[in-house]
Design a protein around this ligand. Sequence first.
Ligand code: 3PG
Length: 391
Amino acid sequence: MKTVEDVDLKGKKVLVRVDLNSTVKHGRVKLTPRIKEHAETLDELCDRGCGVVALAHQGRPGRDDFTNLEEHAELLNHLLDRRVIFVSDITGKLAQKTIDELHSEDIILLDNVRMHEDELKDVSPEEHGKSELVQTLSEHCDIYVNDAFSVCHRNQASVTGFPQVMESVPGPLLEEDIETVNHIEDSEEPRYFILGGNKPEDAIEVMEKMLKDGVSDLIMLGGRVGEIFLEVTGHDLGAKSNDTEEFEEEIEELLENFGDRIVMPKDLAYERNGMREEVKVEELPVEEEVFDIGTETIEEYRDRVEYAETIALNGPLGMFEKENFRKGTEKVLSKLKGLDKFVLIGGGDSSHAVQDLGFDLEEDFSHVSLAGGAFVKALLGEELIGVEVLK
Ligand code: 3PG
């Protein structure tokens, strides 16, 4: 596949899809590895003498973290020696004028692309190519670069639409992820997955394939996905109860067919009077919300990974941002760091945890991907629509 390295960018206007989707806490956007690494991509592109038009999303409509990208632009400005101009528009007159007046080596960041009605329409990639979003921006830019591997499993206009109508190539971070994914087929067995995080629908979707196709020999659960498995198997999470109805059938089937290869938390941690307390799952519910896996579970996961040759962790195991509840994620990551095995960490929140818990993104693990769901799907050998359209 032709890459951005093979294209002459001098004097061109480059539309680049990056992923700046980050944790939003108390209304503030956190400076995550996604923002840092994509800042480098933008900088490198500018160095090649082009004007850069960055396109990204934050959150999903209806969720608390669905915001505009003004703060993301501020963070990029702090990181880079060049000015990043935030445009509070996506395809309107303001966006068009700013792109037309853009100088080489300058960067503009358009607003949250999921605020544009075309982005999330359920249509084919070809139809996305005909959308107002794609037609307008492609008229004002010369080439499209996709550096957001983490959205490549989504058929959304900013991912699959542009390659229908203009020259399109992968960016450096996307390429790096593809290389790692290709390597997994040769990775040694047994392969263990540790799945946590806050997107149970994504995790459950991939689990069956992981277990059925022998991609994974064992899956250990934490985070919200672990909680939901516990609830479906009859544990009452009290204050933290999730709506499990949509997952019940799938989870029951998974446990019936592969129960011996799925490990659920044995204990959980919650906060009482500002302190971390733990409870065995048989003794649930507690009055307070649970925020982490407990010590027995942590020790079990740390022991079990010694028997794997390849380990992939996707999603933090608890609310690592809270001092009292970082233990699960931190202890498991520190065990993985010390292992001489092929260790992959995937996901926006996981890479954020790696950074915030003081690990080194480059040195401590075999590879840290900024992508979560897309990375896992690619590890399972699934074709990613966003990569396919680039080919
Ligand atoms: C991610 O956080 O994994 C990516 O930014 C994709 O976000 P999405 O799951 O909301 O599509």
